[in-house]
Design a protein around this ligand. Structure first.
Ligand SMILES: Cc1cc2nc3c(=O)[nH]c(=O)nc-3n(C[C@H](O)[C@H](O)[C@H](O)COP(=O)(O)OP(=O)(O)OC[C@H]3O[C@@H](n4cnc5c(N)ncnc54)[C@H](O)[C@@H]3O)c2cc1C
Ligand code: SF4
Ligand code: SF4
Ligand code: SF4
Length: 413
């Protein structure tokens, strides 16, 4: 039976819990708020299936080259693209699957909450629940089993998620190929814990007040290049929008403090995947083409013929520019390399459990005058229409400065 000795060896994909014939594996939260399998030994029949399907235990890390095609793409509907993280390609391919009678699995908020979980959608008008990246680990629940049920009934299924979730699903299917299955994964930097998000929401509720109606981790409120963490409120004037420079949640994420331990040694970072399509951002659009604007573009790496057919079918809703695959992946760090664990991570999580949420975020991410100045300069550049030009400089400046602020803050504490 599955037993996690080192937390780095479990990405939380839920394959073991979905395959267990006795359903005796519960996913339980640890002190950081990440879920890990816990076997009820009194029910276990020692069939060994849970170990067989674990994509970390049997990681196929070889990056075996094969023919690939690359695209840059944007949804033609500007409203859908505005709600999406990058170019809104996921919505176009998901809608295309549904129009063929299919069902789509992805990560969205559980209705009326900010709990992110995998769920199934089979109506185009409900696809909005999947739009925009949620920088928090999604609960897969029994979605692998649900999806298998549809596959067996010959229904077209699109399953989307992080690379480890897609490999977990493939392992759960135990190598069986389904013609009616399309897999879509992302380039994935890492995934924070739901406990950090809950704590952040509690802090913001105390500071802002009102009733939160939506939370977007990558809102295009200012622009695609200067995306913001946005909290929408029933009282409109309380809406909150802050960029990577000054939003505490994003600062934790991009300082590599809040990710799951497995993300610092991710076994799924590679170019040639088990998915049919791999999606990710394209900020420097001008480097590739003048045919697309800078308001959000998705890079699409086609991993299979099935993936290529789907993207071509969906292209009635898309503007598409074909790009050489080698050029598309060139310099994309998050596709190949895990982020380094921040040496202060243990202290971060221990403070998270011990401190009041407001004090916790104020301690770790103080709004010093330097942070405020950085945010002010960025917003001013955005208003002057020169943000895109200035962005490269900001990235360097911000990273070094935030690291220094964090280090000095912790030294003082
Ligand atoms: C946790 C995470 C980390 C990422 N890291 C990078 C990165 O480092 N570099 C980069 O270029 N791009 C990254 N991306 C991908 C990028 O943010 C966009 O998802 C991608 O460009 C597709 O955008 P879109 O506009 O086509 O679709 P969107 O509508 O924005 O994407 C929705 C898709 O993302 C899935 N999704 C959203 N949240 C989650 C979640 N928590 N878990 C699993 N699936 C989820 C949905 O199921 C759906 O398939 C990341 C995405 C996520 C979720
Ligand atoms: S060995 Fe079999 S029965 Fe026991 S926990 Fe694993 S899958 Fe379940
Ligand atoms: S990586 Fe997935 S299959 Fe392996 S132990 Fe963790 S949840 Fe189970
Ligand atoms: S970085 Fe790797 S382990 Fe972490 S969520 Fe992404 S794919 Fe999974």
């Amino acid at each position: 039976m599955i037993e996690i000795k080192d937390k780095k060896d479990c990405c939380g994909c839920w394959a073991c819990s979905n395959i267990c014939p006795k359903q005796c594996i519960q996913m339980e939260e640890d002190r950081e708020g990440f879920k890990y399998p816990k076997v009820d030994a009194t029910l276990c029949i020692d069939c060994g299936l849970c170990e067989k399907v674990c994509p970390v235990l049997h990681a196929d890390i070889a990056d075996k080259p094969r023919q690939q095609v690359g695209f840059l793409s944007q949804h033609k509907d500007d409203g859908i693209r505005r709600e999406s993280t990058s170019g809104g390609v996921f919505s176009a391919i998901a809608a295309c699957v549904i129009r063929q009678g299919g069902v789509v699995f992805g990560a969205g908020y559980r209705k009326g909450t900010f709990v992110v979980e995998h769920q199934a959608v089979d109506r185009v008008e409900n696809l909005g629940v999947f739009r925009n990246s949620k920088y928090v680990q999604s609960n897969v629940g029994d979605c692998y089993r649900q999806a298998l049920g549809y596959l067996k009934k010959d229904r077209l299924v699109l399953f989307s998620g992080t690379p480890c979730q897609i490999e977990g699903f493939c392992a759960f299917l135990r190598g069986k190929i389904y013609k009616n299955l399309v897999l879509v994964d992302l380039v994935c930097r890492g995934i924070p814990s739901p406990r950090v998000l809950n704590s952040y929401i509690t802090a913001q509720q105390q500071l802002i007040g009102g009733e939160f109606t939506n939370i977007l981790f990558r809102d295009k409120y200012y622009s695609y290049q200067y995306s913001s963490f946005s909290i929408y409120n029933r009282i409109e004037k309380k809406n909150y929008h802050k960029g990577i420079d000054s939003n505490a949640y994003l600062r934790a994420f991009f300082n590599n403090l809040s990710d799951r331990p497995s993300c610092y040694n991710c076994r799924f970072k590679k170019r040639y995947r088990k998915s049919d399509l791999t999606l990710w951002d394209c900020f420097p659009i001008e480097k590739f083409t003048r045919e697309l604007d800078g308001k959000g573009t998705t890079r699409v790496l086609v991993q299979s013929k099935k993936g290529e057919d789907l993207i071509r079918k969906a292209s009635a809703d898309l503007r598409v520019v074909e790009i050489e695959a080698d050029k598309l992946v060139e310099g994309v760090r998050e596709m190949f390399h895990s982020v380094p664990m921040n040496p202060l991570r243990d202290q971060f999580y221990s403070d998270l459990n011990e401190m009041h949420p407001v004090q916790f975020f104020q301690k770790w991410f103080p709004l010093t005058w330097k942070v405020r100045l950085n945010a002010f300069v960025r917003i001013t550049c955005y208003r002057l229409g020169i943000y895109d030009l200035a962005k490269r400089y900001f990235m360097l400046f911000y990273k070094r400065k935030d690291e220094r602020i964090l280090a000095s803050q912790i030294r003082r504490s």
